[in-house]
Structure formats: structure tokens, C-alpha cells
Design a protein around this ligand. Structure first.
Ligand SMILES: Nc1ncnc2c1ncn2[C@@H]1O[C@H](COP(=O)(O)OP(=O)(O)OP(=O)(O)O)[C@@H](O)[C@H]1O
Length: 720
């Protein structure tokens, strides 16, 4: 959406530099209006004219007297330089040509205001090469050169003038008698000194309307051009043939309206043809240099020149009416009549004004105060022209479109024929199958994407698994090494710093405690000690416990389960007890093995927390050891006393022991509970310690103590 200076909002089809939307235009585009203010010419200076047009700095706004107008662009004077007129206004139209849009550049204004100068219609190869048209030609050929790999281009030019309501072909080498009636000005200088060549001639050019509503000129010469030079030569030839004449206001006044038309046809190459691209496009660019409006009084024209002036003004008046009709919002909304047919000029410009063309109007004005009235009129018309809405659309060749359709039909029928011959499916089935294939291809693409994602996830999982496996193997190895009796020093390389040394300390301390307990046990029952085999590696049994606890093979003297002085029932009781014990211990072993796995996790726990836990437990164990030592001493003393007593008093001693045990039992239970809390995860060590306690009780060897031993054993089982 472009905000128009006069307050109208105009929907632009495409405002990009490339000048062309590839889509069909569904919106309208207003005629763009640029004002070109030429400088005061010598004649005006001589006459002492002054500048009557003011420009609002930085704005496309001009003021004349108390009138103010806003346009799309203002060039000349203190506004934009004239040489930027092509880039700003015309280049987008040229680009649009390559997208199939017709375009028109129309120079309008009073006589001597600079229309021919601006358009460059007075082009000569060796002389005047200024103006819009020469830049248009250059740009077109540059673009063709750039795009020649993608499409085949064909360029044609035609050049006509409307003189006294007659259309003349300026490129016809054999003009009809009607074409050479004019002998004023410089016409025909290139072809025989001031006269058009007389020839057999063709029928006069006629303006026709096509079925689609387009305007064409039948009988006009269209010259195929392949190079810039060829096109420039056509322009020069036509310019020289154009009717010009000298008036008081312009020594080389154009006496006709001239239209130089460039037709661009492009056919996309097969391999460059995409689905949405057009195979064939054809667009026309009309470059129009109108004759200037004039007042006979000022031009000083009389006779033939006066008649020309009348015709010129008539044509311009018709143009003014068309502009008024199109520029009037109300009339346009009501679908009011637009008098295109009132003149040949308006008829020819039908597409350009309110049609399917993209149009730029350049209103040329003189700044001289002597021309104020004409300048004001021009600006008023130009301002009205800004209200004209066109509907640019891509020009397809109907024949080519039909051909394309037929080609597609042919392909389909050929495919059907092949299928029918091979007994294959019908065309409907083929269509369905094609759709299915398309659908399958799409879903295949989706699945491929999912597969790639899944593969990525799998790889990362595999990496994690490998990593975990390596960690597990390392831990396994360490454990095996520890089981094999390796010290922590030997494992130093494998165990990481703080945790390793901490564990080492605690294991050493536990082993020391175990030894101490064993010593207590030995010193408490010296009589029994002598009757049971003492392993030289007493700690090994605990070591084994820690590394798998093979209790089945633990050397426990079976006699420890026998009631004193009852050798008769020894074998049976011991075997049963041993079996029970072994069974329980087997279960214990399995559970401990499970816990062993948890141990690994436990190793990764916070060392500080672990240290505190262990320290607390060590204190408790120390206390327990102290109390046990005290109790041991007392028991030894009692035993010694009792040993001297008679057998009858043995019963009493046993009862005393029983009482003592009952007193101790709650303490032991509470200790065990604490123990199990702190050693919830450190089951192996707990089991070791409990086993130690078990062995102590076993070593006591008395029935009441064996009862305590049973309890301990049971608790050990629960704990684990
Ligand atoms: N921008 C400009 N700078 C300098 N001179 C200019 C400029 N525009 C026009 N002129 C001069 O003004 C004079 C009239 O210009 P031109 O012939 O282009 O007017 P015109 O509008 O085509 O007139 P007509 O309608 O009579 O054909 C010429 O001498 C031309 O060189």
C-alpha cells in the first residue's frame, strides 16, 4: 500500500525493484505521475521570464501561485535530477515487461515544455542519445543477455505517429500516399531530403480491439530487432520521419503524437520451465511523446500549422476527458462512460489508461512565468491522472496456452494408450495411483526424517551405554582386585583420591575392630579356644564375607552348638543346626551380593557425609567394645568362680548367665538397630560385624548364649 500525495491510498501490484509480481494481478495500481520541470531555456531568459514554480524541499510537491500539488516524483529545478527519472519511474516498468506486464510511459505537457527532450524521441545514433528511450533500450538488452540461458527472447519495435487524426507508420519503408502528405519540418531527411518515400504502400493502419479487449494496430510495421543497434536505428529512422515543425514557441515542435512500442516475447527453455513459471509471455512497452498543447496566438501558427494545432488540441482534449472520466472517483464507481473513442490517441492509449497496463505519466512543464497558465493546466491534469486506476495483468499468449493444454492432453492420452495396449490400468486408475505415489513419497520423506532423528538418539544412548559399561567394568575390576586381597595402595591408580583414601581408612579400621573382637572372643573362652581350630587368617573369613560371604565353608567348630556335658546328642543337633545356619547364610549371601551392587553406588556418595557417618559409628563401636570388655571381664571372673564350684551349682550359674543375657539383650538390640540404620547400605560391613558378634556368642558356647547367638544370627538376616 502506498500513501499517495493527494491522500489516496493505492494498492500497488508490486512495488519491488524487479517491477513484477509473478502472480496474476488481483489489485489495481494507480497511474504514477512524475513532474519534470525543465530549466528556463535561452529564449525565455531573453524574454526576461522568471521561475514561477516552487518546490517543497524533500517532498514531491510543487507550488504555483497559491496552488499546491503533490505527485509521485518531481524532477528538475531544485528537486530530483532529471537523469534519475529512468531509475525511479521507468526501470520498474521495464523489469515488469520480463514478467509479462504491459507498460506505458507517457510524456505530456504544453509545447516546448521538454517532452521530446525527456523521452529522447529525437534520438540520433551519432547525435542526441539522451532521454528515457535510450536507457530503456539499453536495459532491455542487458536483461536479455542475462536471461538468455533461461529463455528465448524475441524483440520487435513499431513506431507510429498520430497526425491530424491519422495513424502513420514511421517504420514503413514503403509508405502509402497518405503517409507522405506532410512536408513541413525535417521529416524524411534520412530518406531523400524532406519527403517521405513514395511507394506502392500498404492499406492504412487500423486500430482494432481484440477479443480480450486489447488494442492492436493492424497493418503496422513491426521490425524484429536482435541488437541494441538495430533497435536504436529503428528509433532514429522513425524519429527522423516524425512530423516536426517550427513554431514561435519551439523551433522543432512535434506536430504529432508519437508512440514507440517495444514488444518483448519470451519463451522459457524446456529445462528451465518450473511448475509455476510461464512457458510463453508477451508484453508491450509504449513510449509516448505527445504533441504539446498550444495556443495559436502564442505559437503564431497559421494555415497548415494552425490546423495541426487544432488537431493536436482536439486529441489532447479527448485525452483530458478520458483522464477526467477515469480520475473521477464517482464516475469510476458508477462505471461511467469513458470516451476512449473520441480520438485515435485515446483509443490507442485505452490499455494504458484504466486498462491492464502499468503506466507512468511524465508531466513536463516550463518554469517560465509566461507559461504559468499552461503549466497550471498541465499540473491539474497530471494531478487528476493520479486517480486513474489500472489493473495490470500478465499477458499470456492464448494460442500458446492452448498449445500447452493440448500438449498435456496428448501426453495423458499417450500414457493411456500405452496402458491400454499393455492391459494396464485406465487413466483414472493411473491418476489415483499417481496420487498414491505422491502421498507415499511424502510420507516416506517424513519417515526418513524420523529415522534420522531416531538414529541420532540411538547413537547417544549407545554412547551412554558404552560409558556405563566401562564404568561398571572398572568397578568390577576394582572389586575383584580387592577380593583378591589387593590393598588400596595397589589400587591407587584406579580409585579416585578422596573417596579411595576414606574407604581405605574405614576398611582398615573395620579390620582392626574385627581383630579386636576376635581377640575378645578368644580371651573370653580360653578353654574353648584351645579346642577349636583358629584360623591364622581370622580376618580372612570376614574378608571373604565382604567379598561374597561363603558361610558354608566358614570354619565354625560344630561343638560350639553342643550343650556342655551332652556328647550323646552331638552329631544330630550339630548337623541340623549347621544345615539351618547354612541355609540362612546362603540366603544372606544372595542378598548381600545384591547389596554389593548398591555398594558401588554408595561409593559415589558425598565423602564428607560418609566420613561423619563412619566416625559416629566408630564411636559407637568403641563404646560397645568397652562395655563388652567390661562384661567379659566380669563373666571371666564369674566363670572362674563357678569353675571351682560343684556341678550342682552349674545350674545356678547358667541362670545367672541367662539373667545377665536378658539384661544385655535390649542394649544389643538397640545397638543393632542403630547399626542397621547407619549401615543401611553398608550391609557387608554390618554383616561382618554381626558375624563377629555371632562368633562371640558362639564362642561362649553355653546354651543360654547360643540362644543369644541364634537371635544375633536372625537379626543379621533381617538386617541384610
Ligand atoms: N531538461 C532540459 N534541459 C535543458 N533543455 C531542455 C530541457 N528540456 C527541454 N529543453 C529544451 O527545450 C526545448 C523544447 O524542448 P522539446 O522539444 O523537448 O519540447 P516539447 O515538449 O517536445 O515540445 P513540442 O511539444 O513542441 O514538441 C528544446 O530546445 C530543448 O532542448
Amino acid at each position: 500500500m502506498t500513501k499517495r500525495g493527494n491522500g489516496d491510498d493505492v494498492v500497488s501490484v508490486d512495488e519491488e525493484e524487479n517491477g513484477g509480481s509473478e502472480k496474476e494481478a488481483t489489485t489495481t495500481q494507480a497511474v504514477q505521475v512524475a513532474v519534470n520541470i525543465r530549466p528556463l531555456i535561452a529564449m525565455e531568459r531573453v524574454q526576461g521570464c522568471s521561475d514561477c514554480i516552487a518546490i517543497v524541499p524533500g517532498e514531491p510537491q510543487v507550488q504555483i501561485g497559491h496552488h499546491s500539488f503533490t505527485f509521485d516524483y518531481v524532477f528538475g529545478s531544485s528537486a530530483l535530477p532529471l537523469d534519475s527519472i529512468f531509475d525511479k519511474c521507468v526501470k520498474p516498468l521495464v523489469e515488469g515487461l520480463f514478467h509479462g506486464y504491459n507498460a506505458t510511459v507517457l510524456a505530456y505537457g504544453q509545447t516546448g515544455s521538454g517532452k521530446t527532450y525527456t523521452m529522447g524521441t529525437g534520438y540520433t545514433v551519432r547525435g542526441n542519445t539522451e532521454g528515457v528511450i535510450s536507457q530503456v533500450m539499453e536495459t532491455i538488452f542487458n536483461r536479455v543477455e542475462t536471461l538468455k540461458q533461461e529463455a528465448d527472447f524475441q524483440l520487435q519495435v513499431s513506431f507510429i505517429e498520430i497526425l491530424k487524426e491519422e495513424v502513420h507508420d514511421l517504420l514503413d519503408l514503403n509508405p502509402s500516399p497518405a503517409d507522405y502528405g506532410y512536408m513541413g519540418g525535417t521529416m524524411g531527411s534520412a530518406f531523400g531530403g524532406g519527403m517521405k518515400v513514395v511507394g506502392t504502400g500498404k492499406p492504412p493502419i487500423q486500430i482494432r480491439e481484440t477479443i480480450s479487449g486489447g488494442i492492436t494496430l493492424s497493418g503496422v510495421t513491426e521490425v524484429n530487432v536482435k541488437s541494441l543497434e538495430e533497435m536504436a536505428s529503428c528509433l532514429e529512422r522513425g524519429s527522423l520521419c516524425r512530423a516536426t515543425g517550427s513554431t514561435n514557441m519551439n523551433s522543432q515542435s512535434s506536430r504529432s503524437h508519437a508512440i514507440f512500442t517495444i514488444t518483448l516475447e519470451q519463451r522459457r527453455k524446456w529445462d528451465k520451465l518450473d511448475d509455476c513459471g510461464e512457458e510463453y509471455l508477451c508484453a508491450k512497452l509504449h513510449l509516448v511523446d505527445l504533441a504539446g498543447s498550444e495556443r495559436a496566438k502564442r505559437t503564431g501558427s497559421d494555415g497548415a500549422r494552425f490546423k495541426e494545432g487544432v488537431h493536436i488540441n482536439k486529441g489532447l482534449l479527448a485525452l483530458g476527458n478520458v483522464i477526467s472520466a477515469l480520475g473521477d472517483d464517482k464516475k469510476r464507481r458508477d462505471g461511467g462512460h469513458v470516451p476512449y473513442r473520441d480520438s485515435k490517441l485515446t483509443r490507442l492509449l485505452q490499455d494504458s489508461l484504466g486498462g491492464n497496463s502499468r503506466t507512468v505519466m511524465i508531466a513536463c512543464v516550463s518554469p517560465a512565468d509566461s507559461n504559468t497558465e499552461e503549466t497550471l493546466n498541465t499540473l491539474k491534469y497530471a494531478n487528476r491522472a493520479r486517480n486513474i486506476q489500472n489493473k495490470p495483468m500478465v499477458n499470456r499468449d492464448p494460442m500458446a496456452a492452448e498449445m500447452q493444454q493440448m500438449r498435456q492432453q496428448l501426453e495423458l492420452m499417450q500414457a493411456e494408450l500405452l496402458c491400454a495396449r499393455a492391459g494396464g490400468p485406465s487413466s483414472t486408475e493411473v491418476q489415483v495411483m499417481k496420487q498414491k505415489i505422491a502421498w507415499l513419497e511424502a510420507s516416506n520423506m517424513d519417515l526418513r526424517k524420523e529415522l534420522v532423528e531416531a538414529r541420532g538418539q540411538l547413537e547417544s544412548l549407545a554412547q551412554t551405554a558404552v560409558h556405563s559399561q566401562v564404568e561398571r567394568d572398572k568397578l568390577k575390576l576394582k572389586l575383584e582386585k580387592l577380593r583378591a586381597g589387593k590393598t588400596f595402595e595397589e589400587l591407587d591408580g584406579d580409585v579416585d583420591g578422596q573417596t579411595g583414601s576414606l574407604l581405605k581408612d574405614y576398611v582398615t579400621r573395620i579390620q582392626e575392630l574385627e581383630c579386636e573382637l576376635l581377640q575378645i572372643q578368644n580371651s573370653r573362652f580360653p578353654s574353648i579356644q584351645s579346642s577349636r581350630p583358629v584360623s591364622s587368617h581370622s580376618s580372612d573369613s570376614f574378608g571373604d564375607s565382604a567379598s561374597g560371604l561363603d558361610f558354608e565353608t566358614t570354619h565354625v567348630d560344630r561343638r560350639v552348638f553342643l550343650p556342655a556335658g551332652d556328647p550323646s546328642g552331638e552329631t544330630e543337633t550339630v548337623v541340623v543346626a549347621k544345615e539351618n545356619l547354612c541355609k540362612q547364610l546362603r540366603e544372606l549371601t544372595i542378598r548381600l551380593q545384591k547389596k554389593e551392587a548398591e555398594m558401588k553406588i554408595f561409593q559415589s556418595f558425598d565423602p564428607v557425609y560418609l566420613r561423619l557417618q563412619y566416625e559416629r559409628k566408630l564411636e559407637e563401636l568403641e563404646e560397645e567394645k568397652q562395655s563388652l570388655q567390661g562384661e567379659r571381664d566380669r563373666l571371666i571372673a564369674n566363670l572362674e568362680t563357678l569353675a571351682n564350684a560343684a556341678d550342682g551349682s552349674m545350674q545356678m550359674i547358667q541362670q545367672t548367665h541367662m539373667q545377665k543375657w536378658k539384661q544385655l539383650e535390649p542394649h544389643i538390640q538397640s545397638d543393632h538397630k542403630k547399626f542397621s540404620r547407619h549401615y543401611g547400605r553398608k550391609q557387608i560391613t554390618a554383616a561382618c560385624l554381626l558375624t563377629g558378634l555371632l562368633q562371640i556368642s558362639v564362642a561362649l558356647s553355653s546354651p543360654l548364649l547360643s540362644l543369644g547367638a541364634d537371635r544375633l544370627e536372625k537379626e543379621a538376616g533381617e538386617l541384610v
